[in-house]
Ligand binder design. Structure first.
Ligand code: ATP
Ligand code: MG
Length: 508
């Protein structure tokens, strides 16, 4: 949403600026370091420095103003505090923290200040932009109306996401949160969406896995990896999501659609708390400072869909970790109320090998349904209801024999839904594959197939649709619409694949 002034404009503005500039010597505000500890420098003599001001230390190190007292301020350092000592001079640069933006960052691994971490030259920057920028106002936003497909059937069919949406991925430790977000990034291989993965406080090995997965299966040349990992200073970790958002906004303003994953905001909240305690801010609930809600709200508000005439969109997938599935803890509830829905991952499902371990009852997508392709909406309408009924029935029938055939059919259907919603990694399904599977499910085509053969069906189907899908393939993929003829054609392809696979033993 930056206006692009004509060259005449620029020229006259430049002239004005030159005319206004005084060439007399000017005093730069200079302060002194009183003490340094834990990545924080206490500084006197800079009482005018505003919050977030970029400060430069005598040895060249940088930091930003965090806590402001009447006489002294605290600065959060970006790099190791080694060279910073009491007595050193500090300059208020009069600027805020800025990061490089532009196409030069694509395909790169950088730290939150845009410095290279991949052993290559510093990325070429089109501009330096502040890490904190105002979110688009309600008036400036457009309705979320275009799908952002993840290739993961359970998400795309039941909790569809739209471009410009903010959806929280939340779950206990090691329940596949990062993996799910990475699937969404990898699935953009066949779209024009630009992806930004921001790591906050993650272990180096976990981050390495993400980069490798995207390099092996996705389109890394359209991704930026912003690393504020566990080894980074709290200052770098703190700015990482904001820096990623600023990088995303550059592409959004140029009309692109961006997907940003922030992994994760629980760690970010912990870093914020750590910095707040070190700078003696008064602690609130669970010792978090009072502005923790505002911190994440102002970050995630920047994800939005703009009207096409103005720009593109930013879809945000922030991640949060829960403790023993407790969604009502402080940070998860905050994030749930800021976002447009949440995908809840469940440790029990994960342990039972149902992966992705999405808890269908607790997950919700508040806006994406409207953006879902009509073809997918048509075939997934009954799935959620059938599935929840099945889960209830399964509980009841666990202890006794099943008598009614109706119940048996319902259970057979439910087992197949569960089989379909279980999906290996790096096996994202296209819209047409998803539509074909769910349409066939609805027709009962899968009822006789052995549940154990479902993974093989999902594996073989895309190739078969390529061969036999014909008109249905192109129409569904391109328009997202589903005519009765195309529906029948796709179900026929599924039936064809099913014929060669093991059948369920006759229910007895
Ligand atoms: P952490 O809390 O450590 O960040 P996480 O919730 O992000 O963990 P992941 O790192 O994504 O979880 O996944 C944990 C493990 O589960 C990984 O080792 C991964 O190999 C495995 N895993 C995740 N998703 C799947 C899946 N769909 N199928 C098979 N294995 C999976
Ligand atoms: Mg993770």
């Amino acid at each position: 949403m930056t206006e692009t002034p004509s060259s005449a404009d620029w020229l006259s503005r430049g002239r004005d600026a030159v005319a206004r500039t005084s060439l007399a010597p000017e005093a730069e505000p200079i302060g002194r370091v009183i003490a340094v500890a834990d990545g924080i420098a206490r500084i006197s003599g800079l009482p005018e420095a505003p919050l977030g001001a970029l400060l430069r230390f005598e040895g060249g190190q940088a930091g930003f103003a965090q806590a402001l007292d009447a006489e002294e301020i605290d600065a959060v350092l970006f790099d190791a505090a080694d060279g910073v000592e009491a007595g050193h001079q500090v300059t208020d640069t009069g600027d805020v923290v800025r990061v490089p933006v532009g196409a030069g960052l694509l395909g790169r691994v950088v730290d939150p200040l845009g410095r290279p971490l991949d052993g290559k030259a510093p990325p070429e920057a089109e501009a330096l932009r502040p890490i904190e920028r105002p979110a688009p106002s309600i008036i400036e936003r457009d309705l979320v109306s275009e799908p952002m497909m993840t290739g993961v059937l359970v998400v795309d069919s039941l909790f569809a996401l739209g471009r410009g949406q903010r959806e929280l991925i939340v779950g206990d430790r090691a329940t596949g949160k990062t993996s799910l977000a990475v699937e969404a990034i990898i699935n953009q291989k066949t779209t024009d969406v630009i992806c930004i993965y921001v790591a906050v406080g993650q272990r180096a090995t976990a981050v390495e896995r993400v980069i490798t997965a995207v390099r092996d299966h996705g389109a890394p040349e359209r991704c930026i990896f912003v690393m504020g990992g566990a080894g980074s200073t709290p200052g770098l970790q703190w700015i990482a999501p904001f820096a990623g958002m600023t990088m995303a906004e550059h592409f959004r303003d140029a009309g692109h659609d961006v997907l940003i994953v922030i992994d994760d905001l629980t760690r970010h909240a912990a870093t914020h708390r750590e910095l707040a305690l070190l700078t003696r801010e008064p602690p609130g609930r669970e010792a978090y400072p009072g502005d923790i809600f505002y911190l994440h709200a102002r970050l995630l508000e920047r994800a939005a869909k703009l009207p096409r005439s103005v720009g593109g969109s930013i879809t945000a997938l922030p991640i949060a970790e829960t403790d023993e599935g407790n969604l009502s803890a402080y940070i998860p509830t905050n994030l749930i109320s800021i976002t447009d829905g949440q995908i809840v991952l469940d440790a029990h499902l994960f342990a039972a090998n149902q992966r992705p371990a999405v808890d269908v009852g607790l997950s919700v997508s508040r806006v994406g349904g409207k953006a879902q392709a009509p073809a997918l909406r048509a075939v997934s309408r009954r799935v959620r209801l059938d599935y929840s009924q099945f889960q209830e029935l399964e509980m009841f029938t666990r202890f006794g024999g099943i008598s009614s055939t109706r119940v048996k059919t319902q259970i057979a259907r439910g087992e197949r839904i569960r089989g379909l919603l279980t999906q290996p990694r790096y096996a994202g399904l296209r819209l047409v594959d998803q539509v074909a599977l769910l349409a066939a499910l609805g027709e009962g085509t899968l009822d006789t197939l052995a549940v154990s053969a479902l993974p093989e069906l999902c594996k073989r189907l895309p190739g078969r649709i390529d061969q036999q899908g014909g008109d249905a393939l192109t129409t569904v993929q391109q328009t997202g619409a589903l005519s009765p003829e195309h529906r029948a054609a796709l179900v026929a392809v599924v039936a064809d694949v099913v014929r060669d696979l093991p059948q369920a033993e006759a229910a007895g």
